[in-house]
Design a protein around this ligand. Structure first.
Ligand SMILES: *[C@@H]1O[C@H](CO)[C@@H](O)[C@H](O)[C@H]1NC(C)=O
Ligand SMILES: [Zn+2]
Length: 607
C-alpha cells in the first residue's frame, strides 16, 4: 500500500460513520435515477445554448417560421426556434424535471442555459453551401494566382515575384511553375497569349511553366513545356491546340488538349496544404457545405482518409469524376454522411459536355456571333455521354453534367428526358443536375423545369461574363443566358442551387449573393446601368438565400438535415455583421462573417 492511498483512507475515516452512509445513499439514488441525470444535464445545459437576436434577425429559411428571435441548440442539433420566452419555456418542459411544478418555480430553480445575443444589426442565417466548387484547385490557385492581372506583362511580373519568393524554385530551373487565373478578355486586345511571352524575361526563360485560364478550360504553357511535349497530334477530340498561321502550336491548349501537358502529379502533402487553405477560407466566409464538382478517385481517397481522422472542418459533397469515356463507376465509392463526424457524402458523379464561353469552348446550336465559323466544342460525344448517364443512373449515382452552351444543354436534356420517359427514372429520387445551365434556348429553360432537372448555377458567372457574353452570343441567345429567375420559376418545386465555381470565382458567397440579387459589377455598374444587367433575371434576396442553403441541400439529398434553421436539423449557422436581407446592395459587399458554426460548434470567429 502506498503512502498516498493510506493518507487518503485516513482522511476518509475522519467522517463520522452516519454522514458517510447518508452520502452513499444519495449517491446511489442519483445512480439509479437515470432520468435525473438526463434532466440534470438539461438543466445545467452542459452542451446547450440559445442564440438570440433582439431584432428578430434570425432568417431561418424555414417557411413555417421564417424569422425568429432565438434558436436553441443542443449538441450538434437545433432543438427549437421561436421567441426567447417560447424556447426557454419549452426547454424547461423538455428538461422533464418536476413536471408538476408551475413554470414560475421551475424558472427560479432552473440554471439558465448559456444565451448568446448577436448585435441588433447582425443577422443569423443557416450555414451557407457552395453547390459547385473545386476544393483542392482553390488551395492550388492561392499559391500563384493570376486573378488580378490585367496584361501579359502583369502575369510575367507576378511569376517573377513568385520565383524570387521561393528560393527552391529560383535555384532549380527544372521545377514546374503552375499558376492559375489569367483571363485574356481583361487584357488590351483580348487575344490569347503565346508561349514566347513566357520566355521574354531572363528569370522565366527556359523554365517549365503551365498557367490555367481562369475557367480552367485552357492552359498557357512556356516554350520549355512545348519542348517537353515533343510531337503533338494534329487534332484532339473535344479539345484544340491553338496554332499560328504556319501551323505551329502557340502554347495554348483548350479543353481535352490540356491532357497532353505533362504536369507533375500532386503529392499527398501538397493536397493537404491546398485542402487546409481552402477549408480555412471557406469557414471564414460562412461556408459550411461544399459540393466538389470534380473529385478524381485519388481525391476521394484523400477526403475519405480525412473523414476517418475526423479532419473535415466542412461538410463535403463530392461529385466523382474521371476523364475516361469508359464506365468508371467502380472507382467511385458511395458514402453517405461518412466519417468520424458524418460530414462526407459521395453519391454523385460529374460528367462534362462542353467547354466554356470565355475560350469559345461552349457548344452552341448556331455559330458564335463573334466567331462565325465556330460553334464550340463537345467534349464527350452525345452517344458516349448517354451510355455513361444510363450506367451511372442504374448504379444509383446522381448524375451532374457540365453544360454551358445551348447545344450542350439541349443534348443533355434529351438524355435525361429519355431516361425519365422511357426507362422509368424518377426525377425526385434521382435529382439529376445540370452544372452551370448557362445558355439555354427558351424551350429548354422550360423543359428542364418540367423534367425536374436541377439547374445548378453560379451567379458570379453572369457578372463576370456580362461584359462580353452578348458579343459572343448576339441579342437573341443572350435572353436565355444566365436566366436565373426564369429557371427558378420553371422548376416545379422552385429549387435553384447556387454556387461560385471557386477558384474560377471568389470563394466569398456574399459576392454570389450580390451578383444574384443586383446583377452588377462590384462597383455598382453594369452594361445596362445601375439597375443591373437583364434585371428581370435577378433573384430576390430570399430566393438567393434559399439557393445558397435549402436548395443546395436539396441538390445533395440533405434537405432533411441541412439548409434551414429548423428543429431537428444540424446546427450549422453563420452570423453576419450586417443585415444582408435589407441593406443597400453596395453594403452587402462590406458585410463580414462574425461567426461560423458547424454541428453547433463555433469554428470561425465568435458569438
Ligand atoms: C417519384 O418519387 C417520389 C419520392 O419517392 C414519389 O413521391 C413520387 O410519387 C414518384 N413519382 C412517380 C411518377 O413515380
Ligand atoms: Zn466547375
Amino acid at each position: 500500500m502506498s503512502e498516498k492511498s493510506s493518507a487518503s483512507s485516513k482522511a476518509y475515516n475522519r467522517f463520522p460513520l452516519g454522514a458517510s452512509w447518508i452520502f452513499s445513499a444519495i449517491l446511489v439514488s442519483f445512480l439509479v435515477s437515470g432520468w435525473f441525470f438526463d434532466a440534470y444535464d438539461n438543466l445545467l445545459s452542459l452542451n446547450s445554448y440559445i442564440l438570440c437576436s433582439e431584432s428578430h434577425n434570425i432568417y431561418t429559411v424555414d417557411e413555417l417560421r421564417p424569422r425568429v428571435e432565438c434558436i436553441s441548440i443542443k449538441g450538434s442539433t437545433i432543438i427549437d426556434t421561436g421567441s426567447f420566452d417560447e424556447v426557454t419555456e419549452r426547454g424547461l418542459l423538455r428538461s422533464g424535471l418536476f413536471p408538476h411544478l408551475p413554470n414560475l418555480v421551475l424558472k427560479i430553480i432552473h440554471r439558465s442555459p448559456r444565451v448568446f445575443k448577436v448585435n441588433p444589426q447582425s443577422v443569423v442565417v443557416p450555414g451557407l453551401a457552395d453547390a459547385h466548387a473545386h476544393i483542392l484547385q482553390y488551395g492550388f490557385m492561392k499559391e500563384l494566382s493570376l486573378a488580378t492581372t490585367t496584361s501579359i506583362e502583369g502575369v510575367v511580373e507576378r511569376i517573377k515575384e513568385y520565383i524570387l519568393a521561393h528560393p527552391d524554385i529560383l535555384n532549380d530551373k527544372t521545377r514546374w511553375i503552375q499558376g492559375m487565373g489569367w483571363d485574356q478578355t481583361k487584357w488590351p486586345g483580348a487575344l490569347f497569349p503565346t508561349a514566347a511571352d513566357l520566355d521574354q524575361d531572363p528569370l522565366l526563360k527556359g523554365r517549365p511553366i503551365s498557367l490555367s485560364r481562369v475557367d480552367v478550360h485552357a492552359k498557357w504553357v512556356s516554350p520549355r513545356v512545348l519542348e517537353l511535349m515533343g510531337d503533338l497530334p494534329d487534332k484532339v477530340d473535344g479539345g484544340s491546340i491553338v496554332r499560328d498561321t504556319d501551323g505551329r502550336p502557340t502554347g495554348i491548349f483548350v479543353d481535352n488538349a490540356m491532357a497532353l501537358i505533362p504536369t507533375p502529379e500532386w503529392t499527398e502533402d501538397r493536397m493537404t496544404q491546398f485542402f487546409e487553405t481552402t477549408m480555412r477560407d471557406a469557414l471564414a466566409h460562412g461556408l459550411t457545405s461544399i459540393h466538389d464538382a470534380m473529385s478524381f478517385p485519388d481525391y476521394i481517397q484523400f477526403y475519405k482518409k480525412k473523414a476517418d481522422e475526423g479532419k473535415l472542418p466542412n461538410r463535403l459533397y463530392l461529385m466523382g469524376h474521371s476523364p475516361s469515356n469508359d464506365y468508371w463507376g467502380a472507382q467511385i465509392p458511395q458514402l453517405i454522411d461518412y466519417g468520424k463526424h458524418g460530414r462526407l457524402t459521395v453519391r454523385s458523379v460529374k460528367l462534362v459536355t462542353d467547354g466554356a464561353l470565355g475560350s469559345w469552348g461552349a457548344a452552341l446550336l448556331e455559330p458564335y456571333s463573334d466567331k462565325p465559323d465556330f460553334s464550340g466544342l463537345i467534349l464527350t460525344p452525345p452517344k458516349e455521354l448517354s451510355d455513361l448517364v444510363h450506367k451511372f443512373w442504374k448504379d444509383g449515382f446522381q448524375v451532374n453534367i457540365h453544360c454551358i452552351g445551348d447545344r450542350a444543354n439541349h443534348v443533355v436534356l434529351d438524355i435525361f428526358e429519355d431516361i425519365m420517359s422511357n426507362h422509368g427514372a424518377n426525377a425526385t429520387e434521382w435529382r439529376p443536375r445540370i452544372e452551370h445551365a448557362q445558355i439555354m434556348t427558351m424551350e429548354d429553360l422550360q423543359r428542364s423545369g418540367k423534367l425536374g432537372v436541377l439547374a445548378s448555377v453560379q451567379p458570379t458567372h453572369a457578372t463576370s461574363d456580362m461584359a462580353y457574353a452578348e458579343t459572343r452570343l448576339g441579342p437573341d441567345r443572350i435572353k436565355g443566358a444566365y436566366a436565373y429567375q426564369t429557371l427558378l420559376q420553371a422548376s416545379p418545386n422552385h429549387v435553384l442551387p447556387l454556387g461560385s465555381d471557386f477558384p474560377v470565382e471568389s470563394i466569398n458567397p456574399l459576392l454570389g449573393f450580390y451578383a444574384a440579387v443586383a446583377r452588377l459589377y462590384v462597383d455598382g455598374s453594369s452594361p445596362h446601368g445601375e439597375g443591373g444587367w437583364y434585371p428581370q433575371e435577378k433573384l430576390t434576396r430570399a430566393q438567393a438565400l434559399k439557393g445558397m442553403t435549402l436548395d443546395a441541400a436539396y441538390a445533395s439529398f440533405a434537405e432533411n438535415s441541412l439548409g434551414s434553421l429548423t428543429p431537428g436539423k444540424k446546427a450549422d449557422f453563420v452570423v453576419f455583421d450586417g443585415d444582408i436581407m435589407t441593406i443597400p446592395f453596395a453594403d452587402i459587399l462590406k458585410t463580414k462573417v462574425s461567426a461560423t458554426a458547424i454541428d453547433g460548434k463555433v469554428v470561425y470567429g465568435s458569438l
